[in-house]
Design a protein around this ligand. Structure first.
Ligand SMILES: Cc1cc2nc3c(=O)[nH]c(=O)nc-3n(C[C@H](O)[C@H](O)[C@H](O)COP(=O)(O)OP(=O)(O)OC[C@H]3O[C@@H](n4cnc5c(N)ncnc54)[C@H](O)[C@@H]3O)c2cc1C
Length: 329
């Protein structure tokens, strides 16, 4: 591993200034939260920073606070604290459930929400240093290679899947992201934060190199809203989703008033299903409707040579999650 210096940030403006200053000196800087992803990349020499800008020294961004009828969540909250927070568990259940499925207790104790959302892909070609798009090259080795865990939607020219469980839940909850950089702040809807590889195959989101994700804002939910996260893995723990579904339903007795459905593990970004959401609005969620929704969810899927199994798997996840959530009192 290359040696690096550590700089503790006082606040996000200071962090952005440290990154800028390091780059102006012709050296590389990386932001670090818990370090559970970044340090693995440094050890493997995939990322080679001269300076790590430590965000965990910024005070007050590890809390959930009421705001505008919803909540604001500091980006430096650990996944463990987030998943145990009473308000998140009760009102934004899908996020608590997604956070508690991440990795292991040890990683959830150090990993931050912002770090989870901004983690790099876990494609084996990228992580093993192949000169792919993500490593500065101009090809995606998974397309003609080992693509068992790669995208069936939204792929090309890179076919990674977005790795974050919490990102899927945050899009389902219509979250907004507060981003801080040297030029000031901007707030983006989650839908505009994640970016398909057509835009820039080297990146998974629209953050500039000197910008940080400071806070996640969740709008309040209407009465009758319930939500859940279901995740399928290739082993029982310690790993990313092969396929997952975050579903938020606003129910009026047995009738679904509105739905937000987002899939994980199937695309380079959390993958929303607007057509399926429309199909459910104003309807009772019966076995027949859930089966129809599951079929519609996979319309347009383009599996690669070795991941067609994800199509029936995803249909099953959508159907079962919908029925289970609709049946909750
Ligand atoms: C064995 C293993 C299993 C895993 N399984 C899962 C899983 O099932 N589900 C899942 O979702 N994840 C999984 N992960 C990934 C894990 O959740 C992430 O490593 C962790 O959430 C990252 O958080 P962190 O704070 O440690 O981020 P760091 O390692 O500090 O940073 C991760 C990336 O985000 C950037 N970054 C960090 N904070 C910010 C910020 N505030 N603004 C902008 N950029 C920032 C860093 O520069 C870096 O590129 C797994 C990891 C391991 C090692």
């Amino acid at each position: 591993m290359k040696t690096f210096a550590n700089s503790n940030a006082r606040d996000f403006q200071h962090a952005a200034a440290l990154v800028q200053q390091t780059r102006q000196e012709g050296r590389a800087a990386s932001l670090v939260g818990g370090g559970s992803d970044l340090l693995a990349l440094v050890k493997e020499r995939i990322v080679n920073p001269d300076v790590l800008v430590n965000l965990k020294t910024i005070k007050g961004l590890d809390q959930v606070r009421p705001a505008n009828g919803g909540v604001n969540i500091g980006g430096l909250i650990t996944l463990d604290t987030l998943s145990r927070n009473d308000v998140i568990r009760r009102q934004f259940t899908v996020l608590a459930e997604a956070a508690e499925t991440v990795a292991t207790p040890q990683i959830r104790n150090v990993g931050t929400l912002a770090g989870n959302v901004c983690q790099r892909p876990w494609c084996w070609y990228f992580r093993n240093g192949f000169p792919c798009y993500k490593n500065g090259g101009n090809t995606c080795f998974s397309f003609g290679g080992e693509n068992q865990f790669h995208a069936i939607f939204g792929g090309g020219p890179s076919y990674i899947v977005h790795p974050s469980d919490t990102a899927v839940a945050l899009l389902a909850l219509d979250a907004k992201f507060r981003i801080v950089g040297p030029a000031g702040e901007r707030v983006l809807p989650a839908a505009e934060f994640f970016a398909l590889p057509q835009r820039n195959p080297a990146r998974e989101n629209v953050l500039a190199a000197d910008e940080a994700l400071a806070e996640v804002q969740l709008p309040g939910l209407r009465a009758g809203t319930r939500s859940t996260y279901h995740k399928i893995m290739d082993r029982e723990a310690w790993t990313h989703a092969v396929v997952s579904a975050a579903i938020v339903l606003e129910m009026d007795k047995q009738v679904c008033r509105s739905a937000r459905i987002v899939l994980g593990g199937v695309a380079p970004i959390p993958w929303r299903l607007p057509k399926v959401e429309q199909m459910l609005a104003g309807e009772r969620i019966t076995e027949a409707l859930a089966a129809k929704a599951a079929e519609a969810a996979l319309e347009g899927a383009k599996p690669l040579a070795k991941n067609a199994y994800k199509v029936p798997l995803t249909k099953g996840v959508v159907r079962r999650t919908l029925l289970e959530l609709a049946a909750r009192g």
